[in-house]
Write a protein that binds this ligand. Structure first.
Ligand code: AGP
Length: 607
């Protein structure tokens, strides 16, 4: 996720501070870096793709003159990671410099309007529209601050922005809507940044901007206004007591926990994808006689869940296939009528890319869903969608799993609507509920954030866990088990509950914990039978079920109650959250590092 640092100093050169600030945002992940400073009425911009220290050294960026400036580390969302797409972006005259974190949803419309008004664009980013919008507003002969405020009112989507211009050489203007931005003050000057660590060596006195707020930073302090009506906001300055390491994790003890808690935000991002990409992928999916969903690990389990959606909602025959098995299993049958949708957080997983290569050779239509712009997957896919989750530092995938599912759900529902195989009412209802999923996840985190840690204490000595679910919940069970395996190294089983009697039930004896995933829906009555089967063998039943589901609650030793009203088809997204927390807390209790499990790498780029 991009990092922003802005600063107005009372005295001295700002560039070395920008360098330090961006270095402390490095943990957010990035592919490019850039600074803009103002000195003697001139705007200086230097930027390129690459590592911060390399780019800063090569372009001698710490030598840039001026005591006011902004810096940016870019994590590509629109446009490949290359110099021209790196921030800061400027207007036609090179008088306004903008850095941005987030996604401007209506940038294509805005860009077209601006081009019609004679603006020339240099990059493929959504950000550049902001610089041109400000330029356009300034043609009305208003001051920079007013022009920024007016421009922000045109934007739809998420943003944290910082703007400077020699036409107002003593100020940084910044604002936020759903992307984080913090303002800081010290004797030295005034700062803004995506996150507290960036400014921690200079100040611990901060104000967190809220959605829809705009701040003017000057040498003596700052002023906050509401973007909508320009009214002034009074906000108390807070003193942060975190260490630098704590601040990078925003006070969470591990990146994984931070990422679990980021899910309401990353799910909202995944709901804001550009409509034209969704339409394009849906059109390709509709042409297929069959759909192969190719992925590895957690991404594979997202595909297992999605296969129920595509088959049941859109009536498209769908096969979720582990990447490393694809060529062996379907290599001879995949062909021109097949659509292959591969899902990979990194977009670089060797097995997945190998499977795609084969599918392309056989003339299949290859599509992609990834979290990484510019990854190999984006280059080899006919069309792709970037899920916009921001970098995931924890080796165990959490927020990227739920966001993958959010993207896949949208595709399945669009295809269902297009094909008309289920009623429009049903599609409407599911789409409405889909918009509510980030709030459901928020609620789940509020309900169980603490409780799961207590539950873990009861089960910390167990040497085997079994995870079971029916229908789409089998995918939730598989992913819940994978989290436990990766993080705690406790052997555990997971499979569709109906399979248990065909063999695996033999491992169940007195006291073995069996975790049942049982949302309300079509599979609910069958799962009761499966619970009885396990209870009869002395298993301890832990159920993740809807609140007030008295039958399931009555059969269970422990229950994780979930908010009512989540449709079964979308349930893997909120229902995985308590299982992520369970694995996380068990690992911590065992003294293991959940961010770096043994033997695992974030991205597996080898055969
Ligand atoms: C998940 O927690 C693991 N880190 C792993 O299974 C991962 O999902 C798998 O390697 C696939 O990675 P990808 O999504 O980047 O292709």
């Amino acid at each position: 996720m991009c990092g922003i640092f802005g600063c107005v100093l009372k005295d001295g050169k700002v560039a070395p501070l920008i360098h330090g600030g961006l270095k402390r945002l490095e943990y957010r992940g990035y592919d490019s870096v850039g600074f803009a400073t103002i000195d003697s009425g001139v705007l200086h911009v230097r930027k390129d793709s690459g590592k911060i220290d390399d780019v800063v050294d090569r372009l001698q960026m710490t030598e840039m003159p001026g005591s006011i400036g902004v810096g940016h580390t870019r994590w590509a969302t629109h446009g490949a990671p290359m110099m021209v797409n790196a921030h800061p972006h400027t207007d036609c005259e090179g008088r306004v410099a903008v850095v941005h974190n987030g996604v401007i949803e209506n940038f294509l419309e805005l860009k077209e309007e601006l081009i019609n008004k004679g603006h020339n664009f240099a990059s493929r980013t959504d950000t550049e529209v902001i610089a041109h919008l400000i330029e356009e507003e300034m043609r009305g002969d208003i001051e920079l601050g007013e022009a920024v405020l007016k421009s922000l009112r045109h934007l739809e989507g998420s943003y944290a922005v910082a703007v400077i211009s020699p036409s107002d050489p003593g100020r940084v203007y910044c604002a936020r809507n759903e992307s984080p931005l913090v303002v800081g003050v010290s004797e030295q000057g005034t700062f803004c940044a995506s996150d507290v660590p960036a400014m921690l060596p200079y100040t611990n006195r901060v104000v967190y901007l809220r959605n829809g707020e705009f701040a003017t930073l000057g040498r003596e302090g700052f002023e906050i206004k509401r973007i909508q009506d320009g009214s002034v906001v009074e906000r108390e300055i807070k003193e942060v007591t975190w260490t630098l390491e704590m601040a990078e994790k925003q006070g969470y003890s591990h990146f994984m926990l931070k990422e679990i808690y980021e899910q309401p935000m990353t799910l909202r991002n995944a709901l804001r994808l550009q409509r034209q990409y969704l339409d394009l992928l849906t059109a390709f999916l509709d042409r297929g006689k069959e759909l192969f969903l190719i992925a590895a690990g957690t991404s594979h389990y997202a595909c297992v869940a999605a296969s129920y959606m595509f088959s049941k909602l859109a009536r498209l025959t769908t096969y979720p296939v582990v990447s490393s098995e694809f060529v062996e299993q379907y290599g001879s049958s995949v062909g021109i009528d097949s659509v292959v949708l591969s899902v990979s957080q990194s977009g670089e997983t060797y097995d997945t890319l190998k499977a795609i290569d084969h599918a392309r050779m056989r003339a299949a239509t290859v599509l992609g869903v990834t979290n990484t712009v510019g990854s190999t997957l984006t280059r080899v896919s006919r069309a792709y969608i970037v899920q916009q989750s921001g970098p995931e530092i924890g080796v165990a995938a959490t927020k990227t799993f739920t966001a993958q599912l959010m993207v896949l759900s949208q595709l399945a529902l669009r295809l269902a609507r297009m094909r008309g195989k289920i009623s429009q009412d049903e599609v409407d209802d599911l789409e409405e509920k889909m918009q509510m999923i980030p709030d459901f996840v928020d609620k789940v985190l509020g309900m169980h954030g603490e409780g799961i840690a207590k539950l873990v204490q009861k089960y910390s000595g167990e040497r085997l866990f079994v995870y079971l679910g029916r229908g789409i919940s089998a995918a939730t069970a598989l992913e819940g088990r994978l989290k436990l395996l990766e993080l705690t190294y406790v052997p555990s089983l997971a499979y569709p509950a109906g399979e248990s009697k065909h063999g695996p039930i033999s491992v169940v004896e007195e006291g073995v914990p069996v975790v049942f995933i049982c949302p309300r829906g079509e599979t609910r009555k069958d799962i009761v039978g499966s619970i009885m089967e396990m209870k009869a063998r002395g298993a301890r039943i832990v159920s993740v079920c809807e609140e007030g589901d008295v039958d399931i609650i009555g059969l269970s030793d422990d229950v994780v109650e979930m908010p009512a009203g989540i449709p079964e088809m979308l349930s893997p997204i909120p229902y995985i959250v308590p299982l992520q927390l369970f694995a996380y807390h068990l690992a911590v209790q065992k003294g293991l590092d959940p961010d770096m499990p043994r033997n695992l790498a974030k991205s597996v780029t080898v055969p």
